[in-house]
Design a protein around this ligand. Structure first.
Ligand code: TPP
Ligand code: MG
Length: 550
């Protein structure tokens, strides 16, 4: 259905922007208010379509918007000039790295004051007003400084460009222009589409490569879930009948119980069979542009031959040195789904869940914790994983079908997962959101557990309290550097202090207590917060030791 643009008659710029973003399927706006942004905040607060979600700070708001965008396809973030938008840059830049579409709307000082070079608060006191636009624009794939005349046209341009790249867009709005009536313009929404001839050309080359290949493997990328193309990717892979392999960034993008699933590829630390399937394949069909970074390849180990790749990006297809532009990933997937190769479908060995082990009186070990997470999770859950030992431990664990996983593997900014889980929970309340975080990461952004309570986001939070930055201790020759220590918070008391009414909370040290707490958390209708206490007697140093797996 064609998108309806908002009516422009007697509408001010701020209202128009909010209405236009609502038409992109956005019904929440994460942010922190500020005077330059008041017109934007007012427009959201008075909108029947978009709800204001005040966060504790702009960094949290940007992470929450990223989480929301991953589920809904796009999100809105509102900040004030300089002090607000700069605090959000890490989160917006992470969204850019990880291809999550956040519309970052920032209120600027008025055009009047800009024109007169006034010395104003939240500036460097130099009468210059372009300093921060450049910085915030650097965290986006496109940007616009809005005025009443360009508003309608510029909004279409940046929405189309942000959709094409699936990355953030930055929209700066001077506070007086925000309140001026928008000037109408005759434009239509631009929907990114494949060029038909380019699509046919790309498909002919791909089909030829498929027919020639003795062995094919599909490599669905994280972008598949960012764009909401999981079903289309699965259909394509089923039509291809080949095995598929994922990296840590695509954990559970298609169910791990799928018969064609051939395991998680992580360079030299992959299962030998998984490694052989992908490294030995004649043709690797990269669906969406996999990110072969140091984390996903376990420090660039393994031997992937990139000359055997056909890479289907969001907007182009690359085969060796040949690039075919203007071809959309979703169109290639639906073309692939029509193929009928003659081979029998690949059928891997079933990947079952690890058995739950240990006695109720036993202290919690990581070897006993991960199978418990897997047993706890069920279809319809979305798990948000934080960077640190937890994500390294959970990602190799097979999880049940129907579980969705979100992690920030490439950008890896600790503190991301707590607000991201909040955004994920608001984006789809029909699913249960589970946050798994280390306590060190949690300390960066834990204040927005309060926002979870305030806005009824019933997240189940697991905080692993292991006395500091365990992952860093493991990477260091000296595990006892004091910079890996933390203030010893009473984590399980946070929800109460942060105003989360009736949340279930527990602090557990034995497996029996953990099992009880998991049961109670699952049964509850409110949020839940479980602090898992884990201690090791002395820390083993050296990256070859993996304390998170014992
Ligand atoms: C914003 C940011 N600052 C610093 C780091 C470096 N860093 C990576 S993991 C980590 C420690 C995580 O500790 P915790 O959350 O307690 O997890 P653990 O490994 O102890 O389970 C740090 C400081 C980072 N990735 N991001
Ligand atoms: Mg820790």
């Amino acid at each position: 259905m064609a998108k309806q643009l908002p009516k422009t008659k007697a509408v001010n710029v701020a209202d128009y922007i909010v209405e236009r973003l609502a038409a992109e399927g956005i019904d929440h706006c994460f942010g922190v208010a500020g005077d330059y942004a008041f017109p934007i905040c007012d427009a959201v607060d008075s909108s029947a379509k978009v709800k204001w979600i005040g966060c504790a700070n702009e960094l949290n708001a940007s992470y929450a918007a990223d989480g929301y965008a991953r589920i809904r396809g796009a999100a809105m973030l509102a900040t004030t000039y300089g002090v607000g938008e700069l605090s959000a840059i890490n989160g917006v830049m992470g969204a850019k790295a990880e291809r999550s579409l956040v519309f970052h709307v920032a209120g600027m000082p008025s055009y009047q004051h800009q024109r007169l070079h006034k010395i104003a608060h939240h500036t460097l006191g130099d009468g210059v007003f372009g300093n921060f636009v450049e910085l915030s624009a650097g965290a986006a794939c496109c940007h616009a400084v809005i005025n009443p005349e360009n508003c309608v046209v510029e909004m279409e341009r940046i929405i189309a460009e942000a959709r094409r790249n699936h990355q953030p867009a930055y929209i700066a709005v001077p506070s007086d222009y925000a309140l001026s009536p928008v000037v109408s313009a005759d434009v239509k929404p631009i929907v990114p589409r494949s060029n038909e001839a380019a699509l046919q050309k790309a498909m002919a080359i791909i089909a030829k490569r498929i027919n020639k290949a003795k062995s094919i493997v599909a490599f669905p990328a994280f972008t598949i879930s960012r764009l909401g193309l999981q079903k289309q990717a699965q259909k394509a892979i089923e039509a291809l009948r080949c095995p598929f392999v994922t990296t840590l960034m695509e954990k559970c993008v298609i169910d791990e119980g799928h018969p064609q699933f051939a395991g998680v590829y992580a360079g030299a630390v992959s299962e030998p069979k998984t490694r052989q399937i992908i490294e030995g394949a004649d043709l690797v069909l990269d669906l969406g542009g996999v990110n072969l970074n140091d984390i996903t390849t376990a420090a660039y180990s393994g031997q992937l031959d990139l000359s055997r790749f056909v890479t289907i990006g969001l907007d182009d297809v690359r085969i060796g040195d040949q690039v075919i532009a203007n071809v959309r990933l979703e169109d290639i997937l639906s073309e692939l789904a029509k193929l009928k190769p003659s081979s029998t479908p690949y059928k891997g060995k079933p990947h079952g869940l690890a058995p739950v082990n240990g006695r109720p009186s036993d202290k919690i070990t990581m070897a006993a914790l991960y199978p418990r997470y897997a047993a706890f999770l069920r279809a319809g859950d979305t798990v948000v994983l934080e960077t640190g030992s937890s994500s390294l431990g959970v990602t190799p664990t097979i999880l049940p079908d129907g579980v969705r996983v979100e992690a920030q593997v490439l950008w890896g900014s600790i503190g991301w997962a707590t607000p991201a889980a909040f955004g994920v929970a608001l984006a789809d309340p029909s699913r249960r959101t589970i946050l798994i975080t280390g306590e060190g990461s949690h300390q960066l952004t834990a204040n927005d557990v309060g926002a979870m309570g305030r806005f009824g986001a019933n997240v189940i939070v697991f905080v692993l309290n292991n006395s500091g930055y365990l992952i860093e201790r493991a990477l260091e020759e000296n595990p006892n550097w004091t910079y890996n220590d933390l203030a010893p918070w009473n984590y399980a008391e946070l929800p109460k202090a942060l105003g989360c009414a009736n949340w279930y909370t527990a602090r557990v040290t034995t497996l029996g207590e953990l099992d009880e707490a998991m049961k109670a958390a699952r049964a509850g209708k409110t949020g839940a917060y479980i602090e898992i206490h884990w201690r090791q007697n002395g820390y083993a140093a050296g990256s070859r030791l993996r304390p998170w797996s014992t």
